[in-house]
Ligand binder design. Structure first.
Ligand code: NAD
Ligand code: IPM
Ligand code: MN
Length: 350
């Protein structure tokens, strides 16, 4: 029997509410597997910072490195909350995790499941994955501010793109495209961001020679947002940088049934550190503590986690149970735990 050690970081706001359902479904999905899960919970996030002043202590990071995978909820305070400066938790906890654990593939699948209403009139067959670079770009904190608060203030956030970093994420995207419908779209803005843009373009061209079966397409990010609304079925695999990937995956979520369904994996494909699975959404302070959050995104993130650990059958069962639950969703409002219970019981009978 395989014994997995799982770190669980519920976080803030709706994070703990949706993670509880993710754990419920994980247990139901693996009950008959030849695998056991030992769960260790870590208190991190904005509330933890307010209570202790800690963001992500080094010894906590070391402990997290020892697990097979991490299930993450969401962190962050309400945008108007003045008790904690915006960015501290996001940068020093969440991004520190993604960077330290070398989560270079930020995988964000978007599928319009049968029965899910899309805000698009004619969405077509929407089923694509965004391979968002996870360790570089404008996210690295390479910048600063001069003469802050004066009329002469200058603020910079300089995007970092390395040949190594771009090549590895591009290769991952080609592999995924090769295993899917064999179409890769690079999304960037090389008409303006010429230095980074051309590096991305050259890497796609070079790595693409190893994948002659994959058709390569390119879109500037502004045009990509048009097609995501007018013709999302054209996409199979999209590869893009950290910031563009952040923005287009909220849009991708919106067209495929909403942010409550969007799952993600922060994956270290070299397996030198544990990967981390989390819903795309944040802590949703506007609905926190009311059992109003949809836990489906967290549950689908559990499916990605199971797949990453090699438990493909369990992952597929979770995916199936979610699809069944979604197809049967009426207009009756359900609580967060109602939805988790319904999906868990579909697993129990299935
Ligand atoms: P958000 O994703 O938390 O919320 C945006 C909107 O979507 C809100 O109206 C919210 O109620 C709704 N929503 C989100 N998840 C939902 C769910 N599961 N079910 C139903 N509705 C849902 O984004 P925001 O408001 O920009 O950010 C709030 C906080 O979360 C900020 O502090 C931000 O930095 C942080 N954040 C964290 C993560 C993360 O931990 N990975 C991701 C995004 C934002
Ligand atoms: C996400 C979030 C994060 C990001 C923030 C909270 C750092 O928006 O996971 O999409 O920008 O990656
Ligand atoms: Mn985001």
């Amino acid at each position: 029997s395989q014994a997995f050690s799982l770190a669980v970081i519920p976080g803030d706001g709706i994070g703990p509410e949706v993670v509880a359902e993710g754990v419920k479904v994980l247990k139901a999905a693996t009950a008959n597997e030849d695998a056991t899960f030992e769960l260790t919970e870590y208190k991190l996030g904005a509330e933890h910072w307010l209570a202790t002043g800690e963001t992500l202590p080094e010894d906590t990071l070391d402990k997290l490195r020892g697990h097979d995978a991490i299930l993450f909820g969401a962190v962050g305070a309400a945008p108007g909350d003045t008790r904690i400066p915006s960015g501290i938790i996001e940068r020093e906890m969440l991004l520190k995790l993604r960077f330290s654990l070398d989560h270079f593939v930020n995988l964000r699948p978007s599928k319009l499941f049968p029965g899910v209403p899309s805000p698009l009139a004619n969405p077509g067959e929407v089923d694509f994955v965004v391979v968002r670079e996870g360790t570089e770009g404008p996210y690295v904190g390479n910048g600063g501010a001069l003469r802050v608060g004066t009329r002469h203030e200058i603020a910079t956030e300089v995007s970092v793109n390395t040949a190594h970093g771009v090549e590895r994420v591009v290769r991952d995207a080609f592999r995924r495209a090769s295993a899917r419908r064999k179409k890769l779209t690079l999304v960037h803005k090389h008409n303006v961001l010429v230095h980074a843009g051309h590096l991305w373009r050259r890497q796609v061209e070079a790595v693409g020679r190893e994948f002659p079966e994959v058709a390569v397409d390119y879109l500037h990010v502004d045009a990509a947002t048009i097609f995501m609304v007018t013709d999302p079925a054209r996409f199979d695999v999209i590869v893009t940088d950290n910031l563009f990937g952040d923005i287009i995956t909220d849009l991708a979520a919106a067209i495929t049934g909403g942010i409550g369904l969007a799952a993600s994996g922060n994956i270290n494909m070299d397996r030198t550190a544990p990967s981390m699975f989390e819903p795309v959404h944040g802590s949703a302070p506007d609905i926190a503590g009311q059992q109003k959050a949809d836990p489906t995104a967290a549950i689908l993130s559990v499916a990605l986690l199971l797949e990453h650990l090699g438990l493909d059958a369990a992952a597929a069962r979770v995916q199936d149970a979610v699809e069944k639950d979604i197809a049967g969703r009426g207009t009756e409002p359900r609580t967060t735990s109602d939805i988790g219970d319904a999906i868990a019981s579909l697993l129990a009978v299935g």
